[in-house]
Design a protein around this ligand. Structure first.
Ligand code: FNR
Length: 389
């Protein structure tokens, strides 16, 4: 992309983010697990879905609205939780919350965010709903209970419980550029990458408040250092978590519960039986097990198994408003987006996220018009070209 051009797509914002961020941060948000085959498949498999163009239908009034987790949304889309998002732009989660709220869409705050819940809630314009809160189960259940209490008191009513991370996947870019390492050499490598990106350093490190670790700031021993935080979080992921813990969670969380990270129809049925209010079909953006199917390929079987009985959201590889439409045509009720919003945030802050969401809203509306559907709720298999996907 030329320096003077206007970013028009998520990939344009990705390019801006790449130029702006220190290498270790860009790779952290851009990369996937191992050889990144699942990451690539998430995107490529969307390209294979073919839509059915229809003409001479009255599409003068098109209604893109949807209800996700009981919340009215301008379109069937929410911002996915992204850890460390607040390092990509100054007070990044607060900026993204503002952009999402003004677009009429939910924002999800990660357990491992930089901004605290109160700050993110305060960022929302008056009258807009609070963010959704994403939970990783930590070994210290007392800390989890404290997080849940905090989220509830802050007004959050939707909990996104991420179930596909019993341990962190092998993110090889993080190994190569020093984020996955501690010690003097890795520190020097990262410092050099920061110095090579003065605009980022100015925005995030100098003008911002000191680094905090969102909801976990009080929990992390050793305080405000990225290494200490990462080491603590990695040690806290609990590989013993099982369906029994959903019962535990249900006792301590009385709002809506979405299970994020379902990729299998049998697990989707178990999620339904566990009392969850919905699922997010997800492979963590291709960041966990390389070699599992793309989410859009996994969706139809899962939607067939549980779609009529529970809310089915999908994330992974959604890169345009048309992709949102495709996910709905294949059986999702809505989507979450990860990299698309974080690229925009890193590339141009709140204004960029607003612009991205507005352009997707238009694109989604246009896909409805050109397939002859006037209500988002009516999008389904009839909008797929036969033999597609
Ligand atoms: C994530 N994801 C994630 N998920 C989660 O439940 N908690 C988290 O803290 C994070 N952190 C995170 C960081 C980064 C940099 C990325 C790219 C992703 C996964 C995220 O919520 C979502 O599932 C994927 O990003 C969806 O795929 P796309 O939209 O990025 O292709």
């Amino acid at each position: 992309m030329k320096a003077l051009s206007y970013p028009a797509t998520a990939l344009d914002w990705r390019e801006r983010a790449r130029r702006r961020l220190p290498r270790f941060l860009f790779d952290y948000l851009d990369g996937g697990a191992s050889a990144e085959q699942t990451l690539a498949a998430n995107v490529q498999d969307f390209c294979r879905v073919r839509l059915r163009q229809r003409v001479l239908v009255d599409v003068g009034a098109v209604d893109t609205r949807a209800r996700l987790a009981g919340q009215d949304c301008a379109m069937p889309l929410a911002l996915a939780p992204v850890g460390l998002a607040g390092m990509m732009a100054r007070r990044g989660e607060a900026q993204a919350m503002r952009a999402a709220s003004s677009a009429g869409l939910p924002f999800t705050l990660s357990t491992v965010g930089i901004c605290a819940l109160d700050e993110v809630c305060a960022a929302a314009p008056a009258g807009s709903p609070p963010p959704w809160f994403q939970l990783y189960m930590l070994r210290e259940r007392a800390a989890v209970r404290a997080l849940l209490d905090k989220a509830w008191q802050a007004g959050c009513r939707t909990l996104v419980f991420t179930v596909d991370l019993p341990a962190t996947g092998p993110r090889l870019r993080d190994v190569r550029n020093g984020l996955a390492h501690q010690g003097a050499r890795a520190g020097l490598l990262r410092a050099a990458q920061v110095l090579a990106r003065p605009r980022w350093a100015w925005d995030v490190a100098l003008r911002g408040k000191p680094l905090t670790f969102g909801c976990l700031t009080e929990q992390v021993p050793g305080g405000r250092d990225l290494n200490a935080f990462k080491a603590w979080v990695d040690a806290q992921f609990d590989p013993t978590v099982s369906w029994r813990d959903i019962d535990w969670l249900r006792q301590h969380w009385h709002g809506r519960l979405l299970l994020k990270g379902i990729l299998d129809a049998q697990d989707a049925r178990a999620a339904l039986d566990s009392g969850a209010d919905g699922i997010v079909v997800s492979n963590h953006g291709g960041r966990q097990l390389d070699g599992v199917p793309s989410t859009i390929a996994a969706l139809p079987a899962i939607a067939a198994a549980v779609g009529g009985r529970t809310e089915v959201l999908l994330d992974g590889g959604v890169r345009s408003g048309t992709d949102v439409f495709k996910a709905l045509a294949l059986g999702a009720h809505g989507v979450l987006i990860g990299r698309a919003w974080i690229w925009a945030l890193a590339g141009g802050g709140e204004a960029a996220v607003r612009q991205l969401l507005a352009s997707w809203q238009r694109e989604f509306e246009l896909a409805m018009m050109l397939t002859g559907v006037t209500r988002a709720a009516d999008i389904g298999a009839a909008q797929l070209e036969t033999g597609s996907a």
